[in-house]
Design a protein around this ligand. Structure first.
Ligand code: HPA
Ligand SMILES: [Zn+2]
Length: 355
């Protein structure tokens, strides 16, 4: 498994592993499941804590990283929300987002659809305008300097109430004029069990009427029924995770027939103990069964790998061929919310790359 620290994960400089890494890095791909707060590396987290005069319960970067051993989704979420406390100013959100965009470019990401959790910040007294401004400035600068494009998916925290989701939407909507080119979607994340999709049916219906693209986490820790309900009650176009869909054969067939994308995050599933060994992951089975699966990093600073690490780990654990890796990259482009001309352009780049 890759190390938690990108700096210490020295890739092999020659041999089959180096060839695999070079192939994966060069694949034009989209990342569709990434929580920007989950890209906050311990080094930057310490730097922002220092800058903002915030005390941390860990003495060193190494001690914090050592705490990233999770038993389940909730044990991760506790540290993830605690880590986000260092984000205060526009510059903090900018620095975090720019660091991710640079890292994504290095991984061959051509386009990223980035989730962010305003409620994690507004609940601590940070203005939603500050959150939008810092993230958006980084996305625009990154697009100009690297060519990597970014979209934003505002995600509601499902452990909070429907009323709080509506209030967050109301606070964000005046910013749509300024950021509508980036903010194209609405998502649903945080603790899944006990917070079923139906809790957010009305707010999602409202967002759909407003013209937003819709996604939701489902079938990560929660049952296959949550995937079905996310499709039927929330009308989402993509499912984040969805790996437990396999438990319901009729649902699985529906995913195949309708080519509903799943944004799978294999190293996340491993770290959060959705499964015990990557060799047991159902990604290859889903792909070979015709499901529109994509590979993504989720919260790379916490789960020990960025998107290319996820492709490589799966290639090694599941024996994915180069063609299958290219199919995953193709799916990521097709499942993105880019306009079709841009999809076509990226697909042509991919075709040229694998020829
Ligand atoms: O993997 C996740 N699942 C649910 N909520 C999240 N918020 C950040 N990462 C996750
Ligand atoms: Zn996620």
């Amino acid at each position: 498994m890759p190390s938690n620290s990108p700096e210490t994960a020295a890739p092999p400089s020659s041999g089959p592993d180096a060839d695999l890494r070079a192939f994966v890095l060069g694949l034009p791909k989209a990342e569709l499941h990434l929580h920007i707060e989950g890209s906050l590396e311990p080094e930057l987290l310490f730097e922002l804590a220092r800058r903002n005069g915030i005390a941390l319960p860990y003495a060193t970067v190494e001690a914090l990283r050592a705490a990233y051993a999770f038993g389940d989704l909730q044990s991760f979420l506790d540290l993830y929300y605690a880590g986000a406390r260092v984000l205060i100013t526009e510059r903090d959100f900018y620095d975090m987002t720019m660091a991710y965009m640079r890292r994504a470019q290095a991984d061959g990401v051509a386009h990223a659809e980035i989730m962010f959790d305003p409620q994690t910040h507004t609940g601590r007294g940070v203005a939603i305008e500050t959150v939008f401004a810092g993230i958006a400035r980084a996305l625009r600068e990154a697009q100009a300097s690297t060519g990597v494009s970014g979209y934003l998916i505002l995600s509601f925290l499902r452990h909070l109430s429907e009323e709080q989701a509506f209030a967050t939407l109301a606070a964000a909507l005046p910013l749509r004029e300024q950021y509508g080119d980036l903010w194209i979607g609405i998502g649903l994340d945080s603790a899944e069990r006990g917070n079923p999709p139906e809790k957010f049916a009305r707010v999602f219906a409202h967002c759909k009427a407003l013209g937003f693209r819709l996604v939701a986490h489902a079938g990560e820790e929660g049952p296959a029924a949550y995937v079905r309900d996310a499709l039927d009650l929330l009308q989402v176009e993509r499912i984040d995770h969805g790996v437990r869909s396999e438990e319901d054969p009729a649902l699985l067939q529906r995913l195949v027939d309708a080519q509903i994308p799943l944004t799978v995050c294999p190293l996340s599933n491993l770290k959060l103990r959705v499964l015990r060994d990557l060799r047991d992951h159902n990604l290859a089975r889903l792909l070979r069964g015709g499901v529109m699966v994509t590979v993504n990093s989720d919260d790379p600073a916490y789960f020990g790998g960025y998107v290319a690490d996820n492709y490589i780990a799966c290639a090694q654990a599941l024996g994915l061929s180069r063609q299958e890796l290219a199919a995953l990259a193709r799916n990521s482009i097709e499942a993105s919310f880019l306009p079709w001309e841009q999809k076509e352009k990226l697909l042509r780049r991919l075709t040229a790359y694998i020829r």
